[in-house]
Design a protein around this ligand. Sequence first.
Ligand code: PBG
Length: 327
Amino acid sequence: MSHYPALRLRRTRVAPWSRALHAETVLTPADLIWPLFVTAGDGEEPIASLPGVSRWPVAGIVDRAREAVALGIPAVALFPNTPEHLRSHSGAEATNADNLMCTAIRAIKDAVPDLGVLTDVALDPYTAHGHDGLVDDRGYVLNDATAEVLIEQALVQARAGADIVAPSDMMDGRVGLIRSALEVAGHHNVQIMAYAAKYASAFYGPFRDAVGSRGRLKGDKKTYQMDPANAEEALREVAADLDEGADSVMVKPGLAYLDIVRRVKERFEVPVFAYSVSGEYAMIEAAAAAGAGDRDALVLETLMAFKRAGCAGVLTYHAPLAARLLG
Ligand code: PBG
């Protein structure tokens, strides 16, 4: 009697229709959040370390917002490149209701009200020293004093029309403070997506070029962002942010931290997002430019990995490319 394999796992892989039928994970443009950089300048400004990504003046940002809607991308995330003369030790421009960020939010909400707008709550694009908060005379980032400013920053963004405020500063206790302030001000439906597990990472370099903070950053962010060695601590960060009222949580960077995504998802069963950060984008672009891989395939495979790990969605600079490929 001839012997047959008890299990032929290749049987369901035999043709595209069957592979489609058996796919366990789906990736669609609705899984993507597109980060955009706003400039006060009057034209497109390409970012050398992020090939294919530019800063746009407000009018250009509105064009990108329309493009997002046309591609089926549900939300954009905004980051400003604050003009030099408006950066200061205290980062006061962050709470100016007419700053570049708020102007861009209003312009998008006027033009395409149905597009979700996510805003970054942190001081680094506004401070002369490039840190996410207020620093004392020894350069230490002060927690509670910073949180007070972040509350005001979140409020001006909510007033301008932000749908999701996303504190990326890693100060302790800020989610609860921002939630209470939003409630008191009547912004009951403004969501908080907490950058809950944000690591002190070498993958943020091109972003710091994009918002103009790289050259100015004094020291590093290791007293507030997490140590890449830690995973249990990420679970504590997530628990704290959820307890304080976060609607969703983010893990950042993405690719090197998919174990964290999975552990958070399994432990808390809440919407988890990952930020596939600037250095990850640059890595794929460099690989493609060097002929080491096919850009489109690399992008779709990595985005699928985020979904498989448990993400509800992914912030990625490849959002328009991926949406086009999936559309
Ligand atoms: C800072 C912030 C950073 C990013 C998003 N918000 C950089 C940092 O913490 O230094 C990085 C995003 C990216 O690299 O794409 N508030």
